[in-house]
Design a protein around this ligand. Structure first.
Ligand SMILES: CC(C)(COP(=O)(O)OP(=O)(O)OC[C@H]1O[C@@H](n2cnc3c(N)ncnc32)[C@H](O)[C@@H]1OP(=O)(O)O)[C@@H](O)C(=O)NCCC(=O)NCCS
Length: 425
């Protein structure tokens, strides 16, 4: 509560009410940069639905901070939305345990008695995103209040851990979470962003790309990826969501094609030496991004490369994407593969995803992978559009939960890969 010259101001945190709050929340969102403010800043356009970034999660909540100002006489009352936060909860992998008998295996061993295989250990995991405080109301404790109220909801709903992602150089958010809210720095994956050109990319002819049905994709992901950190146990809900544009598998030409595809079970029972997979998520229909703050010269240069690329697409000019006005993107998730050609196959799959994004009018294609992900070498991206260190911070919400075989996840070392849920990007 603030009292100044007879004027009393109180900040209330309450659940978002779409009918009442939509316009005000969009106004705050429009004023708030995402991440650190610099010469160029990123803004989001939520396409009229402030809850869009969490609504595909199994459980979600959006809170708003409302400033209530009472005038000197106490009879005038003014209300203003000055901040908001979104949160969601799901069940995800936080570690693995070894199975000796092949029972409930995620990967069927060839000799079940001899070969222990990793089984996922799941936890109830909460995620905080879209925390915004109006620039005119910062450093008044509103961000902290929003996080604390969101954590109360997480605890009430049995979440064991809460995590959030921010740019490493976003001082305000890093300090808020690590110094005031008890989070610790956990993982530093990279966001890799590939521009969508005006020309199609040529794909490596040595590979065949097969679009998998949802059931096959689910089998493949559960068997091969469920022991990867952050793998969502409701992967079926992700794959069956209308925003999922498909799961694509690359194999050597001559091994399988769409007509001879034997199904995921048989494929996994006798895998070819090399293969790779990824899925495409249509973030373009969820929200748009916009880069603000660029000079006229920079914008004009980008526009010129774009016009040239459109005029002579056969020259394959690497034109700058149209990011200075709201643009949509596709998100690549569930990247994986094995064998000596897996990196090249991932590159081919990214090429396919680029062409799909081009047909659907996206500005960029983005993905997020662990800092030591072996397949990242195959992911085309522009450094200037990417974020080498996205910082994920984590907090254990309760000490009463059993450690089971994983111990305290917040203290565990990173693996080679993480599974980035497209619903939370
Ligand atoms: C990050 C953000 C939500 C903080 O909101 P806020 O209401 O200003 O934060 P609070 O007043 O509750 O600050 C709590 C603590 O966070 C830290 N903090 C907040 N802003 C800071 C800043 N600009 N620089 C350094 N530390 C800061 C401080 O430790 C502060 O405590 P103190 O004021 O006692 O020193 C706000 O700056 C914002 O909306 N930024 C743009 C969007 C964004 O980056 N969101 C985070 C994405 S996860």
């Amino acid at each position: 509560m603030v009292v100044e010259g007879g004027v009393v101001a109180v900040v209330l945190v309450r659940e978002y009410d779409a009918d009442k709050d939509r316009t005000a929340v969009e106004e705050v969102e429009n004023k708030c940069e995402v991440g650190p403010s610099g010469e160029l800043s990123l803004y989001t356009d939520l396409l009229g639905d402030p809850i869009c970034r969490v609504r595909n999660s199994p459980a979600y909540l959006m809170l708003v901070a409302e400033m209530v100002v009472l005038g000197g006489g106490g009879d005038e009352e003014r209300r203003e939305i000055v901040g908001m936060i979104r949160g969601c909860i799901k069940t995800a992998t936080c570690g693995t345990k070894l199975s000796r008998n092949g029972k409930n295996c995620t990967v069927k061993p060839k000799t079940p008695q001899l070969q222990p295989v990793p089984l996922p250990i799941y936890t109830k995991l909460a995620y905080i995103l879209g925390l915004r405080v109006s620039p005119s109301h910062r450093r008044m404790g509103i961000g902290l209040k929003l996080v604390r109220r969101m954590e109360e909801w997480f605890r009430e709903n049995g979440a064991e851990y809460s995590y959030m992602a921010t740019e490493n150089d976003n001082q305000a958010s890093v300090k808020l979470f690590t110094q005031k809210c008890g989070y610790s720095k956990f993982r530093t994956p990279s966001i890799l962003v590939q521009p969508v050109f005006a020309h199609r990319l040529r794909l490596d002819k040595r590979f065949t790309i097969i679009k998998l049905g949802h059931a096959d994709a689910e089998t493949l992901y559960r068997r091969r990826f469920s022991s990867t950190e952050f793998f969502p146990r409701d992967i079926d809900a992700v794959l069956n969501n209308k925003l999922n544009l498909g799961t694509f598998l690359a194999v050597m030409k001559g091994s399988y094609d769409a007509d001879t595809w034997p199904g995921a079970d048989e494929f996994l029972a006798s895998q070819p030496e090399s293969w790779a997979v990824l899925s495409v998520w249509n973030s373009k229909d969820v929200f748009r991004l916009e880069v603000r703050g660029a000079s006229r010269l920079r914008k004009a240069l980008a526009k010129t490369t774009r016009m040239l690329d459109r005029a002579v697409p056969w020259l394959h000019l690497p034109s700058a994407p149209e990011v200075f006005r709201p643009f949509g993107f596709h998100f690549l998730y569930g990247l994986g593969g094995e064998g000596p050609n897996a990196v090249k196959m991932i590159k081919a799959l990214c090429g396919l995803a680029h062409n799909l994004a081009m047909e659907r009018g996206c500005g960029v294609v983005a993905t997020e992978v662990a800092s030591r992900e072996p397949l990242r070498l195959g992911i085309p991206h522009w450094k200037s559009l990417s974020c080498a260190e996205d910082l994920w911070c984590i907090k254990r919400l309760g000490e009463n939960y059993s450690d089971r075989s994983v111990g305290d996840w917040t203290k565990s070392p990173p693996g080679l890969s993480i599974f980035v849920d497209p619903r939370e990007f």
